[in-house]
Design a protein around this ligand. Structure first.
Ligand code: SF4
Length: 125
């Protein structure tokens, strides 16, 4: 029989693999092979640890929860347009060089755009 922490870990992996569309808690119970009672306990625990968020959803006339990961692993797409990827100054860029990430305008501008895009996706809150 799996330990509670093993089930939590597995549940978190399943929720993270669902990505931004999340998944219904009943789907999670099914994938975990857990009872709804055990599944609810795990979801509440993951939420209290700040790892997931639960949103109420009306499904087939009944209220349930959809579970979303609070963090997703970074994808290669998220850094594909980072200026460092194709930067001609990359070989001489570093903490001891004349060019550093701390004083690079291209990197700073890219980071600001990335932050703005994230705020657009998450909404102002
Ligand atoms: S921080 Fe700036 S200078 Fe350094 S590699 Fe990235 S884009 Fe190039």
């Amino acid at each position: 029989m799996p330990k509670p922490n093993d089930l939590e870990q597995k549940a978190l992996q399943i929720i993270m693999s669902a990505g931004n569309s999340g998944l219904l808690q009943s789907e999670l119970w099914r994938k975990l092979g857990a009872s709804s009672r055990e599944g609810s306990r795990i979801a509440l625990k993951l939420e209290s640890k700040g790892l997931i968020r639960r949103e109420r959803e009306l499904r087939n006339g009944r209220w349930t929860y959809r579970l979303y990961p609070k963090r997703l692993p970074a994808s290669m797409d998220s850094i594909a347009d980072c200026p460092c990827v194709m930067c001609p100054d990359s070989p001489k860029c570093g903490p001891a060089g004349n060019v550093t990430p701390q004083n690079c305008e291209r990197l700073t501008e890219w980071l600001f755009h990335a932050a703005e895009s994230t705020q657009d996706i998450l909404g102002d809150s």
